[in-house]
Design a binder for this molecule. Structure first.
Ligand SMILES: NC(=O)c1ccc[n+]([C@@H]2O[C@H](COP(=O)([O-])OP(=O)(O)OC[C@H]3O[C@@H](n4cnc5c(N)ncnc54)[C@H](OP(=O)(O)O)[C@@H]3O)[C@@H](O)[C@H]2O)c1
Length: 172
C-alpha cells in the first residue's frame, strides 16, 4: 500500500497564512483534492484540518467527497461527524485502510500530520501543487522539526491557471 502526501502551497512554501486563511489557494487545487480522493477512495487528515475545513462552510467541505473513507487522526477520544473514522496515530490510520485493501492512501495535511508521517518514514510519495502566489507570513508544508529526506522527481506538469504540479518519490 503506497502512502502519498498531497498538498497545495504558495511558491514560497506556505499552505496557509498564519491565521489559517487559505484564500490564496484556488478552487482548482480543491478540485485536485476531490479528484485524487475519488481515485484513491480515502483521505487521511489531522484533527486540526478536520476542524478548520468544517468551518469553511458549504462551498468547500470534506462531506462532498462521496464514497471516500475519511480518517481523522487525533490522540483524543473525539466524537467525529458521521462518515469520519478516528485513528489514534498515523500507524493506526494506515492499519484501518490496509484492512480495506486500498492500493493508495492520500494523506493531506496539515503540517503537523505531515511531519508525523515523514518522521515515522511512512510517506512513499509527495505531490505538491504550487499555486501561483507568494505569501509573506504563513504555515509551512511541514511543522518545523529536525528531519531531512531526499526525494526523487517522478513527474512535473503545468495544470490549468498556472498551477505547477511536482511529484516526488521519498527515498527511504
Ligand atoms: N493547503 C493545503 O493543502 C492544506 C491541507 C491541509 C490542511 N491545511 C491547513 O493546515 C492547517 C492545520 O494544520 P495543523 O498542522 O495545524 O494541524 P493538523 O496536522 O491538521 O492536525 C494536528 C493534529 O493531528 C493530531 N496528530 C498529529 N500527529 C499525531 C500523531 N503522531 N498521533 C496522533 N495524533 C496526531 C493531533 O490531534 P489532537 O491534538 O486532537 O491529538 C494534532 O493536534 C489548517 O489551517 C488547514 O486549513 C492546508
Amino acid at each position: 500500500m503506497k502512502v502519498i502526501l498531497y498538498m497545495a502551497m504558495s511558491l514560497n512554501g506556505f499552505i496557509a497564512k498564519e491565521n489559517g486563511d487559505e484564500n490564496f489557494i484556488s478552487h482548482d487545487n480543491w478540485q485536485t483534492l476531490v479528484k485524487l480522493s475519488g481515485e484513491f477512495g480515502n483521505i487521511v487528515i489531522g484533527r486540526k484540518t478536520y476542524e478548520a475545513v468544517k468551518n469553511w462552510g458549504e462551498d468547500y467541505s470534506f462531506n462532498d467527497l462521496k464514497n471516500v473513507k475519511k480518517v481523522v487522526i487525533s490522540r483524543q477520544d473525539l466524537n467525529l461527524d458521521d462518515g469520519y473514522i478516528l485513528a489514534k496515530s498515523p500507524e493506526e490510520a494506515l492499519e484501518i485502510l490496509k484492512k480495506e485493501n486500498f492500493e493508495n492512501v492520500l494523506v493531506t495535511g496539515g503540517p503537523i500530520i505531515n511531519s508525523s508521517f515523514i518522521n515515522l518514514n511512512l510517506l512513499d510519495e509527495i505531490m505538491i501543487n504550487v499555486e501561483p502566489a507568494v505569501v509573506g507570513k504563513g504555515i509551512g508544508l511541514f511543522y518545523p522539526d529536525d528531519f531531512e529526506k531526499k526525494l526523487s522527481l517522478i513527474d512535473n506538469k503545468t495544470l490549468d491557471n498556472g498551477i505547477v504540479q511536482l511529484y516526488y518519490e521519498v527515498i527511504k
